[in-house]
Design a protein around this ligand. Structure first.
Ligand SMILES: NC(=O)c1ccc[n+]([C@@H]2O[C@H](COP(=O)([O-])OP(=O)(O)OC[C@H]3O[C@@H](n4cnc5c(N)ncnc54)[C@H](O)[C@@H]3O)[C@@H](O)[C@H]2O)c1
Length: 386
C-alpha cells in the first residue's frame, strides 16, 4: 500500500537549506518511515537563484515568497531555514495557515518572538519541531540512554564549550550573523543555544544563571554581499560599521536538580573550528563528547574494579545504538549531515503517529528563556532566576 505523503516547503537554501534538503532526500533511504516525505517547494527571494537551487537540491518546484507556499493546500510542513529575523513572522503565518512548522534554532530572535511562535503553533493545533540537531548524534543519544539508565548516578557537573574562530580577523566583514537586527545575538544564540539544548536534554532544566558576554571587535568593514556563510563574504574597503552582537558568551548555571553548569560559546578561540564539547560528571561516572569526533564518547565508570579504572572510548556505531540500525555495519561511521537526517526521521515519524516531534517549540522557548536570562544577567551584573 502506498504510504501517506507529507509534502514539504523549505524556506532558505544556503547552509541549513542544504543540510535540510539533504536530510529530506536521504531520510527514507535509511529509515523505514510510516510516511513518504515529498520535497515539493523550495522558497527563496531571488527567482534565478532559487530555481537553480531547487533543481540542484532536488525540489520539485520553487517559490519566491513564503506566502505562496502557505496558500498551497498541498503543503503539509513549512520548514524555516532563514536567519532569525524572519523566523517568527513565517512561523506564525504558517501555523495560522494550518501547516506543521519546523524551524532552525534559536527559534526567535527574542524571548517575546519565541513565545509568540509557541502560542501560534499551540493555537493552531499544528505540530512543531526545532533543529537542535546535535541531540541526534548517536553518541549523544547513547549518553542520554546511559544517564536514564542511571550509569552516571547523581549528576554534579555539566561543563560545555562551543568554540569557533572564523571572525578573529578584524577585517572579516559584518555579515548578517554579526548584526543583532538579523541574528538576534552572536555566539550566544548561535553556539550557546546548542549547548543549552544539550544541557536541557541530558541534565535537565536550568534554574538560575550568571552571564558574561563580550564583543572583542566593535567595528568591522561592511559586507559586500548578503551571504552569511562562514568566511564567505567580501568586505567593503574603508566603510566600518558597528558590530551589534557578542563575540563570546559565558555563563554559570545552577540546574533544578542541583547540578552545576559552565557554558562557553565563542568565535574567538584560535584554531577551534567547530569544537562543540561537553563533559558530565556524576556520582557513578563521567562522560565526554566532542562534535569533532562525533561517533565516539568517553566513559569513566567508577564501578569498574579498582586497578582497571580509566576512561574508555565507546564508538556509537553498533546497530543497537540509537539511529545506527538504518545505516552501516558496525564501525562504519557517520557525519554531521546525518544528525539532520536523524532529526527529520524522528520528526516525520512523530507527525505520522500524531505526536509532537522532539525537540519542539516548547524546547525552543525554554532554550530562549535561558538565552534571555543570561543576557539580562550580563546587563545587570547579577544572577538571574528563570
Ligand atoms: N542547526 C545548526 O547546526 C545550524 C547551523 C547553522 C545555522 N543554523 C541556523 O539556521 C538559520 C539559517 O542559517 P544559515 O547558516 O542557513 O544561513 P545562510 O545565510 O547560509 O542562509 C540563509 C538563507 O535564508 C534566505 N533568506 C533570508 N531571508 C529570507 C526570507 N525572508 N525569505 C526567504 N528566504 C530568506 C537566504 O537567501 C539564504 O538562502 C539560522 O537561524 C541559524 O541560526 C543552525
Amino acid at each position: 500500500m502506498a504510504k501517506k505523503q507529507l509534502k514539504i516547503a523549505l524556506i532558505g537554501y544556503q547552509f541549513m537549506g542544504k543540510a535540510h534538503s539533504n536530510a529530506y532526500r536521504q531520510v527514507a533511504k535509511f529509515f523505514d518511515l510510516p510516511v513518504e516525505p515529498v520535497m515539493k517547494t523550495l522558497c527563496g527571494r531571488n527567482e534565478e537563484r532559487v530555481r537553480a537551487a531547487a533543481e540542484h537540491l532536488g525540489w520539485q518546484g520553487y517559490a519566491t515568497d513564503y506566502r505562496q507556499v502557505l496558500d498551497d493546500p498541498e503543503i503539509d510542513i513549512v520548514d524555516i531555514a532563514t536567519p532569525g529575523s524572519s523566523h517568527c513572522e513565517i512561523a506564525v503565518a504558517a501555523a495560522k495557515a494550518g501547516k506543521h512548522v519546523f524551524c532552525e534554532k534559536p527559534i526567535g530572535n527574542t524571548l517575546d518572538e519565541a513565545r509568540r511562535m509557541l502560542e501560534a503553533v499551540k493555537a493552531a493545533g499544528v505540530k512543531h519541531a526545532v533543529f537542535h540537531n546535535y541531540r541526534k548524534a548517536p553518541a549523544v543519544a547513547l549518553i542520554k540512554r546511559m544517564i536514564d539508565e542511571g550509569r552516571l548516578g547523581t549528576i554534579y557537573h555539566w561543563r560545555a564549550v562551543y568554540l569557533q574562530d572564523w571572525i578573529i580577523d578584524p577585517n572579516f566583514p559584518l555579515v548578517w550573523r554579526l548584526d543583532k537586527e538579523v541574528a538576534g545575538s552572536g555566539s550566544h544564540g548561535d553556539l550557546g543555544a546548542h549547548l543549552i539544548d544539550l544541557a536541557r536534554f541530558l541534565v535537565g532544566e536550568i534554574e538560575e544563571v550568571s552571564g558574561l558576554m563580550h564583543t572583542f571587535i566593535k567595528k568591522r568593514p561592511r559586507s559586500a554581499g548578503a551571504d552569511g556563510k562562514l568566511g564567505a563574504a567580501g568586505a567593503v574597503e574603508g566603510e566600518l560599521a558597528d558590530v551589534t552582537v557578542d563575540d563570546a558568551s559565558l555563563f554559570l548555571a545552577r540546574f533544578r536538580n542541583g547540578a552545576l553548569g559552565t557554558f562557553e560559546a565563542t568565535r574567538f578561540a584560535q584554531g577551534r573550528k567547530n569544537h562543540n564539547k561537553f563533559e558530565i560528571n556524576g556520582s557513578k561516572g563521567s562522560v565526554v563528547w566532542c562534535m569533532e569526533r562525533m561517533n565516539e564518547l568517553e566513559f569513566y565508570d567508577a564501578t569498574d574494579p579498582e586497578g582497571l579504572q580509566g576512561f574508555r572510548t565507546i564508538q556509537a556505531t553498533e546497530n543497537s545504538h540509537p539511529y545506527m540500525e538504518g545505516y552501516w555495519p558496525v564501525g562504519h561511521i557517520i557525519g554531521y549531515e546525518h544528525t539532520f537526517i536523524n532529526l527529520v526521521a524522528d520528526a516525520l515519524r512523530a507527525i505520522a503517529e500524531d505526536r509532537n516531534p522532539s525537540p519542539d517549540f516548547v524546547d525552543g522557548y525554554e532554550n530562549q528563556r535561558v538565552l534571555d536570562a543570561v543576557e539580562r544577567s550580563h546587563d545587570s551584573k547579577s544572577w538571574v532566576a528563570l
